[in-house]
Design a protein around this ligand. Structure first.
Ligand code: MET
Length: 589
């Protein structure tokens, strides 16, 4: 069961591999919903730590380094900086954006590994793995190339064929050779430490089953793994990039990236405290049960669907074996967002990149946040198209939301001397609108608390619609000729709705909310103040109406679509096949 009324919230967003820039799929799947949730909690006065950072180890980093002719360190430095910067610009309000290459993370994950090792949790096992005698190293699946047994593609990888999309294991490849030296790999014994997921399965199962409130897509994946039966999984790897195994005589071995990466959330929390207070003291309250063994911290992991098994099964198994840490209360993973009818793909450059968006469409952060929330893949895969982006901006943000606030402000300037007028006697219409207004914050909040951000946004837009309808029904522009007193009441109410909108829309549209608050002089950001009929005091000045949203013209959209067509053509010329690529799903490395 979900924790009721926790003392604090630890909210994490996936530690993305620092091997490429951020695209809209990452944002819609994980980062925008996480930020909305956290902003909502903060507005409710909750004690929150919003934790994220980059995952800087594992095979994906080394592959990228090879591709770009850089060292793994150069790759992670480059992408960390870029990712951190673009998240900031989009207003993703992390308390800390850390990196798994930091000393604090190496120490924390080694400590946890050592603790489990000393408790005898791991099984030591020697297995046969492919080894490159020329390069003198064991080969990760991705480093083995050969002919696909399914479609005869001569360049299939040891984990997948990119031509036909089949998932493979290296031993299935025909004529395998090493990507590092071209040599034929040989089988060699190697010893690694395995987490006995099979023996931990009953406890993991109990944990998953105690959360029937989780999203069905998340529970579905968990159940299918559990049904198949969990198998021991190696928590160390033969690789030269990563965190050394803290056990004697283990040169050339590092911690499995999926063992240490989720621990990165804990290290990032420590990093945050160190940066804030000079010491990591106090980290336990965000990650451990209290002295009576009760969980009073609500831990929520925001991730994309490719990370479900790691956050709902493997990391919990580690936590269960460790014994002191809290388990996630919820893992509201989203499905994938597609782009213009095709799967988003980094290798095929089929994506809308955040850093490019921010540059090419400046000051439109909230438009992107809005569109990605309105069409978020909350229950199934969804689709981003530039036409939809344009329509949502022009008809919803400009036509409904911006239009309402703008009218409220402009009419106040015109009819009420740019001040909040005092309300007089209320009509039935006024009272009905104020009653409706009062009910919105709880309704929106309920959707937010239950991770239904699309629904929350629909309600927010309904509130803007309510404002538009109120102005259309009361027609202050006509009434002004006969009854200016009545106009004062109407504008007062319209401004109160606008003020509430600035609070409840803030989680989704923080830049816009800030502008509205400045225009209207709203001082409260407190969710509990939203819906009140007297949020704004009579006499308070209203400042110039700047447009909140602008119409996006066709040529802007056509340019973006053209860019995607160019990418597609370049792929065709390079002979890249348009099969969904498992390499980007990173089930395992
Ligand atoms: N690095 C992983 C990814 O990008 C996420 C790790 S979350 C602990 O899929």
């Amino acid at each position: 069961m979900a924790i009721i009324d926790p003392k604090r919230y630890t909210v994490t967003a996936a530690l993305i591999y620092a091997n490429g820039p951020i695209h809209i799929g990452h944002l819609a799947g994980c980062y925008v919903p996480a930020d909305i949730y956290v902003r909502y909690l903060r507005s409710n006065g909750k004690d929150v730590a919003f934790i994220s950072g980059t995952d800087e180890h594992g095979v994906p980093i080394t592959i990228r380094a090879k591709k770009e002719g850089l060292t793994p360190q150069q790759v992670v430095d480059k992408y960390y900086t870029q990712i951190d910067e673009s998240f900031k610009q989009l207003g993703i309000s992390f308390d800390i954006y850390s990196r798994t290459s930091k000393k604090i993370h190496h120490e924390t994950s080694q400590e946890i590994f050592k603790d489990l090792y000393d408790k005898g949790v791991f099984i030591e096992e020697t297995t046969e793995q492919y080894y490159d005698e020329t390069a003198q190293q064991f080969l990760a699946d991705r480093y083995i190339v050969g002919t696909c047994p399914v479609c005869a593609n001569p360049n299939a990888y040891g984990d997948q064929c990119e031509r036909c999309g089949s998932a493979l294991s290296p031993t299935e490849l025909i004529e395998p050779h090493s990507m590092l030296s071209g040599a034929k790999p040989v089988m060699r014994p190697t010893t690694n430490w395995f987490l006995p997921l099979d023996t931990l399965q009953p406890q993991v199962e109990k944990y998953v089953n105690s959360h029937p409130e989780w999203k069905t897509n998340v529970l579905g994946q968990c159940q299918s793994w559990l049904k198949e039966g969990l198998k021991p999984r190696a928590m160390t790897r033969d690789l030269d990039w990563g965190i050394p195994v803290p056990v004697p005589n283990t040169e050339g071995k590092v911690l499995y990236v999926w063992f240490e990466a989720p621990i990165g959330y804990i290290s990032a929390t420590k990093d945050w405290l160190i940066q804030k207070n000079g010491t990591d003291e106090g980290w336990k309250k965000w990650w451990q049960k209290n002295e009576n063994g009760a969980e009073e911290t609500k831990l929520v992991h925001f991730i994309g669907k490719d990370n479900i098994v790691f956050h709902c099964i493997i990391f919990p198994a580690t936590i269960i074996a460790e014994g002191n840490l809290v388990l996630a209360d919820n893992v509201p993973a989203n499905e994938f967002m597609n782009l213009e009818g095709d799967k988003i793909s980094t290798s095929r450059n089929w994506a809308v990149w955040l850093h490019e968006y921010l540059e090419e469409l400046p000051d439109k952060q909230d438009v992107l946040r809005y569109v990605l929330t309105a069409s978020a893949p909350e229950t199934k895969d969804s689709e981003f198209t530039w036409k939809d982006f344009q329509t949502r901006n022009n008809s919803e943000l400009v036509g409904i939301f911006g239009n309402f606030i703008n009218r409220a402000v402009v009419l106040t300037q015109k009819f009420c001397d740019s001040k909040v007028p005092a309300a007089g006697e209320l009509t039935e219409t006024d009272q009905a609108v104020l009653d409706e207004l009062a009910a919105f914050p709880a309704k929106i909040g309920d959707a937010m608390e239950n991770y239904r951000f699309r629904e929350a946004l629909t309600f927010i837009m309904d509130l803007a619609r309510l404002g538009n309808k109120y102005l259309a029904d009361t027609q202050p522009w006509h009434v002004i000729k006969t009854d200016p007193e009545r106009v004062n009441t109407i504008m007062n109410i319209a401004l109160q709705i606008s003020a509430s909108l600035s609070i409840v829309s803030e989680p989704v549209l923080p830049f816009t909310a800030e502008k509205i608050q400045k225009q209207l002089g709203v001082t409260s950001k407190n969710w509990l103040d939203a819906g009140k009929p007297d949020l704004l005091e009579a006499g308070q000045p209203i400042s110039e109406a700047g447009l909140l949203f602008e119409k996006i013209e066709d040529h802007v959209i056509e340019k973006q679509i053209q860019k995607l067509h160019d990418a597609k053509r370049a792929n065709e010329l390079e002979g890249k096949v348009v099969a969904p690529v498992k390499a980007e799903i990173q089930y395992d490395d």
